[in-house]
Design a protein around this ligand. Structure first.
Ligand code: ADP
Ligand code: MG
Length: 468
């Protein structure tokens, strides 16, 4: 029977995927397929190998995840799909998106295998049986070599951000993994660029690869408003103050090229009353995770970072990206501003440039094929307090996925009879392996900590702390 509802050319409804998956995309608010999804999902459902390219934020994760989920057998606790990503943060981001899409696949296990974490618990999880592995090439190969990760049942091998994995020096590991995978698998490459090295890898390891390239003319997302303000170096801090006062972003990231400037900028923000945190390369992984969780759940407003520290950081839809220093290379500029204006929302990117940097600005314009709006900035006469506190505060709970904690359990403990809070005051709940982060309205933080400490979650006691 034909559906009575007319289908737009890129409606999910025209896809031959299960009704459960159709419901999930509708629940997640995906109204239409993005172009990369519309072109690649049908090919993947037909079993083709694929080499795909489209800009950041265009929904590539769902493009490969929906076909995988459509075919996965949850009853078989064996690794059926392996997704390789360049960094630990990107692995986390992809795993989160996959779990969201797998909400109608109860029991489906997605495991992240990334460095910076002990390998033993990862091996134990593999032993207990998982369906999908998302890993960095190094750690994944390590588990293959140790005999912890068995690929004989693998049906899908995805290389996400393949060009970046090569840039990061993972060519050897990628090839060894491609060789360790069984022949009758589907191989999917996603990449922002196609250098010769990727073409070679595709020719060697893919069969009849179908190419999908979504060329939107410019390299940058058209939904990002790009502004440049000319400023003398000594006035940059003052200009930052003025910009935050003017734009009042809910969430923003400030990029500097200098590690030493991160602390200075973060301190100034604190003095103005803007809730902020700095991210620099020397932070312990655990502290990085905390900072990122706080940005995602709106417990801090502004993140200050260098490019290295921000590599692969996992936040979408920031309102504002500020380039406190112009990036050294135009492609870094594109990476930076790709963090705003995702999936149809308009974002704003403001770059501070000194009068001597006009040529750099032109180089970026040539590279992106778009031009900056030039704006003048009024420097504030004095730096009045801005008082832009965050809406939420973050609590950590000493239990996670491995303790079988689910978001509903924590929400239940906070809003149930013992908790007494209102669900509208509870924000994002993130469950990690051994820890969970929950955002609660700033003014209710203390009450929430008390109630959680007094009460139980799922009938058990867990430690509860503020994440400062
Ligand atoms: P990419 O890998 O291309 O950079 P992602 O897969 O990370 O992009 O997706 C970016 C965001 O867009 C995610 O938050 C995702 O949930 C959302 N998204 C994906 N597909 C759609 C869609 N069809 N409609 C609306 N939002 C979508
Ligand atoms: Mg991606």
């Amino acid at each position: 029977m034909h559906s009575p509802v007319p289908e737009s050319p890129s409606s999910f409804a025209q896809l031959a995927i299960s009704p459960a998956l159709q419901e999930v995309v509708a629940e997640l608010g995906f109204r239409a397929m993005t172009p990369i999804q519309a072109q690649s999902i049908p090919l993947l459902l037909q079993g083709y190998d694929l080499i795909g390219q489209s800009k950041t934020g265009s929904g590539k994760t769902a493009a490969f995840t929906l076909p995988i989920l459509d075919r996965i057998r949850v009853s078989a606790r064996q690794v059926q799909a392996l997704v390789l990503c360049p960094t630990r943060e990107l692995c986390g981001q992809v795993a989160r998106e996959m779990r969201k899409l797998a909400r109608r696949h109860p029991g489906l296990q997605v495991l992240v295998l990334a460095g910076g974490e002990p390998g033993r618990p990862q091996a134990v999880s593999l032993e207990s049986g998982v369906h999908i592995v998302v890993g960095t090439p190094g750690r994944t190969l390590d588990h293959i070599n140790r005999g912890n990760l068995d690929l004989t049942t693998l049906r899908y091998l995805v290389l996400d951000e393949a060009d970046r994995m090569l840039d990061m020096g993972f060519a050897d590991e990628m090839e060894k993994i491609l060789e360790a995978a069984p022949q009758n698998r589907q191989t999917i490459f996603f990449s922002a660029t196609f250098p010769a090295s990727i073409e070679e890898m595709s020719a060697r390891y893919q069969k009849q690869a179908q190419r999908v390239t979504i060329d939107e003319g410019a390299v940058t997302a058209p939904s990002v408003k790009q502004i440049v303000v000319e400023i003398n170096p000594e006035n940059k801090l003052s200009a930052l103050h003025g910009l935050l006062d003017q734009y009042r972003p809910e969430t923003a990231i400030v990029f500097s090229n200098h590690k030493a400037a991160i602390a200075e900028i973060t301190k100034a923000l604190g003095e103005w009353g803007v809730s902020a945190a700095g991210l620099h390369g020397d932070l312990e992984q655990m502290d990085r995770d905390k900072v990122m969780a706080k940005l995602r759940n709106r417990s801090i407003r502004v993140l200050v970072a260098t490019d290295v520290a921000a590599r692969g950081i996992d936040v979408a839809d920031l309102d504002l990206v500020i380039n406190y220093d112009l990036p050294l290379k135009p492609d870094t500029y594109v990476h930076r501003i790709g963090r705003t204006g995702r999936a149809g929302k308009e974002g704003i990117a403001i770059s501070m440039a000194t009068p001597r940097e006009r040529l750099k600005i032109e180089a970026i314009e040539t590279y992106t094929g778009s031009s900056f709006e030039r704006e003048k900035i009024q420097l504030p006469k004095q730096e009045k307090a801005l008082y832009q506190g965050a809406a939420m505060t973050t609590l950590s709970i000493g239990g996670g996925r491995k303790d079988k904690l689910r978001p509903g359990d924590i929400l239940g403990a906070l809003t149930g009879e013992a908790g007494g809070l209102d669900a509208k005051d509870i924000g994002k709940i993130e469950i990690h392996d051994r820890v969970a982060y929950v955002a609660v309205a700033q003014s209710l933080g203390r009450i929430a900590v008390e109630r959680l400490r007094e009460g139980r979650i799922k009938g058990r006691k867990f430690s509860v702390d503020w994440v400062r």
